[in-house]
Design a binder for this molecule. Structure first.
Ligand SMILES: *Cc1c(COP(=O)(O)O)cnc(C)c1O
Length: 398
């Protein structure tokens, strides 16, 4: 191949629907319909001029897989297109994406405003690591714009997660993003729950989107990965400051799994929406349940910002439900952390509330001890409901 042939083509953002974006890739050698896994650490050059051109930036050729790798770039181009972003960067985990988004934008003396009920390890990043670098964090109720507005002046960053972990609190993204912009703060959102199929925060003025790609983007519970997407200049900061020094780059095989998983993202999300919302509705009517937390059920899915609901929801069981017995009585809902795959899962808040190694956002923001989180997977809805109903009757003390 000539150098001109194997240059990285410039990414052209296109306004296409999600189902079309995930169906097709770039052009690959031999007309392969699926991207090859470029399982290589380095790339070589035919001569000095190609090498020099790649280093100077004149040629856009991959150099080393901690930077550009063609398989990873396929994933990055898809996420950028799905989120309506200029660029995206794949990282080794959701937490690597979150720390990249934060650390590439803050410096000593800065303050972050963060919503309460944020993902527990993001909470630990803010309270354990960042204070060592003289970065402070104030927590606010993201569902209350007035409290966000009060905290913002002087802040470097507004960190959002909508809906939040456990409590599923949603934010008015256009309003909060414009408040941040007025104060000169960069807004960042964890969009793992909704995925770009149901929520495209950049279109509502948010500056950066981060994902745990381990969840719905992969969709098959077989990889840990992350991604950050936004304006080119913000992704360049990640490229300049984070990848060379912290190095938590997404690996080619993981990217390949992600591209494969993304093919079905829109239809999987439609199914999670249908099934999760119906389970939430039935839970709300069940005598053993005192409250259900699910945006698809509470009226937040009104098509302005949130266009659908995923399969992750939580509920508070009544005082007569024995939580350990309820978890043990379930067959189809497996006991475990994470979510976003094909399988249904249950996680009781009680174990998270007594987790070692704090700080603990579930404790500090008051997740109720009778709270249970469900991930409604892709199994038959009636089978899942029968499993839940049976577990309630076995675990309810009379
Ligand atoms: C799982 C998760 C993360 C962390 O992602 P990893 O891929 O596990 O590092 C971040 N945010 C949310 C909302 C998550 O559920």
């Amino acid at each position: 191949m000539h150098a001109e042939d194997d240059q990285i083509p410039p990414f052209e953002p296109q306004e296409r629907s999600a189902s079309t974006i995930v169906a097709h890739d770039g052009d690959f050698p031999f007309g392969a319909v699926v991207p090859p896994i470029y399982q290589t650490s380095l790339f070589t050059y035919a001569n000095y001029a190609e090498l020099a051109g790649s280093f100077s930036g004149e040629l856009r050729r991959p150099i080393y897989s901690r930077g550009d790798n063609p398989t990873v770039m396929e994933f990055e181009a898809k996420i950028a297109a799905l989120e309506g972003a200029e660029a995206a960067r794949g990282l080794a985990s959701g937490m690597a994406a979150i720390s990249a988004a934060v650390l590439s934008n803050v410096r000593a003396g800065d303050r972050i405003v963060c919503v309460r009920h944020v993902y527990p390890d993001a909470y630990r990043l803010f309270l354990k690591l960042l204070p060592r670098f003289d970065v402070s964090v104030d927590f606010v109720d993201g569902a209350d714009p007035a409290s966000v507005e009060r905290a913002l002046p002087g802040a470097r960053m507004l960190y959002l997660e909508s809906p939040t972990s456990w409590m599923m609190e949603t934010h008015d993204l256009p309003l909060l993003a414009s408040m941040a912009r007025e104060c000169g703060a960069i807004s960042v959102i964890d969009n793992s729950w909704a995925t770009p199929v149901f929520q495209q925060p950049l279109k509502h003025g948010v500056d950066l989107v981060v994902h745990s790609a381990s969840k719905y983007l992969s969709g098959h519970s077989d990889t840990v990965a992350g991604v950050v997407a936004g304006r080119g200049e913000l992704i360049d900061r990640v490229n300049d400051l984070i990848l060379p020094s912290l190095g938590a780059k997404l690996a080619p095989f993981e990217a390949w799994l992600l591209v494969r998983g993304l093919r079905t993202l829109p239809i999987r999300m439609a199914q999670h929406d249908l099934c999760g919302t119906e389970i939430a509705r039935r839970l709300a009517e069940h005598p053993a349940v005192s409250q259900v937390y699910h945006p698809g059920f509470s009226g937040d899915v009104d098509g302005t910002v949130l266009h659908g609901a995923s399969g992750l929801l939580s509920f508070e069981a009544g005082p007569t439900v024995d939580i350990p017995a309820f978890c043990d009585a379930l067959n189809l809902f497996k006991i475990g952390v994470s979510w976003g795959g094909h399988e249904s899962l249950v996680l009781p808040a009680s174990v998270v509330l007594s987790q070692a190694g704090g700080p603990n956002s579930a404790v500090d923001f008051g997740v109720p001890k009778q709270m249970v989180r469900l991930h409604v997977g892709l199994e038959d809805m009636e089978d899942l409901w029968a499993d839940l109903d049976r577990a309630f009757s076995l675990a309810t003390k009379t």
